[in-house]
Design a protein around this ligand. Structure first.
Ligand SMILES: [Cu+2]
Length: 289
């Protein structure tokens, strides 16, 4: 018994704090909106959905670590206490009804405990409550188009900026010519579709990774906590330039967004397939592969 306690104490002191401190996210370890070199774990949450995904992840992590520590302790104890040397005459016990009921019942209980918050989170992430505006996202080979049905239905394309045209401070493979602009602290409904193959609009700090499928409309929502730049990438293999259709979301205050809308309405009023023209001209982005 003393031996088992010692082993449990060792595991608790040596393994658990390290695993927990590096895995539990507080959200302020990294700059918001994109990953950093050598970053591990999630980007900081920028929406209520991502905040809940993180706390759900932390809950799962706690349950998983507890199970691992528990099972490992029992195994170590068995190895120590019941090996042929310390236990030369083995017991002939086979069944124990009570024990079997417990080791069937406890895992069921753990799964139910996980299932309840998991389903709650799925429904929370599913649809915006009282959306104040809608953004329509269309995936194309290989760029994104964004349209604003509530702001006069203007539309524009968002194409990657090639390496040799990047300005200082612009992240490589994440910079686009026209970022999608959204107001912060606003319930925004996102609708996804595609004009060709299946794409996937994935922005880690929003907790969104949703397929854009031709002929279908998928829905998600954001309420971005803070102004800033948030980046993502197409996350469904969609062809040869799949890796070169980044997502850049610029979140602004409501007033700045309204001013941007007025400007954008004029700027994008007469655009005719600019992305297609640009892609043809560049023969696809001049990025090193
Ligand atoms: Cu794609």
């Amino acid at each position: 018994m003393v031996g088992m306690l010692k082993i449990i104490k060792f595991l608790a002191l040596a393994l658990v704090p390290g695993a927990l401190s590096s895995a539990f996210m507080t959200g302020d370890a990294f700059a918001a909106g994109r990953s950093e070199p050598w970053q591990m774990w999630f980007q900081p949450a920028a929406t209520p959905v991502m905040e809940r995904i993180m706390s759900f992840h932390n809950m799962l992590l706690f349950i998983e670590v507890s199970i691992v520590v528990f099972v490992l302790s029992i195994m170590c104890y068995i190895i120590y206490r019941f090996n042929a040397k310390s236990n030369p005459v083995p017991s002939k016990t086979t069944h124990n009804t009570m024990l079997e009921v417990i080791w069937t019942g406890v895992p069921i209980l753990i799964l139910v405990i996980i299932a309840i918050p998991s389903l709650k989170l799925l429904y929370f992430a599913d649809k915006a409550q009282d959306a104040e505006m809608t953004l329509k996202v269309t995936g194309n080979q290989w760029y994104w188009s964004y349209s604003y049905p509530d702001q006069g239905d203007f539309e524009f394309d968002s194409v990657i900026v090639p390496d040799d045209e990047l300005k200082k401070g612009q992240p490589r493979l994440l910079t686009v010519d026209n970022p999608v602009v959204l107001p912060a602290r606003t319930n925004i409904r996102l609708l996804f579709t595609s004009s060709d193959v299946i794409h996937n609009w994935a922005v880690p700090s929003f907790g969104i990774k949703l397929d854009a499928v031709a002929g279908r409309t998928n829905e998600a929502w954001v309420n971005i906590n803070e102004e800033g730049d948030y980046y993502g990438m197409c996350s469904e293999l969609c062809g040869v330039n799949h890796a070169f259709m980044p997502i850049h979301v610029k979140a602004m205050s409501k007033a700045d967004f309204a001013a941007w809308v007025e400007k954008a309405k004029k700027e994008f009023a007469s655009e005719e397939t600019p992305a297609a023209a640009k892609l043809a001209k560049a023969d696809m982005p001049n990025v090193s592969r």
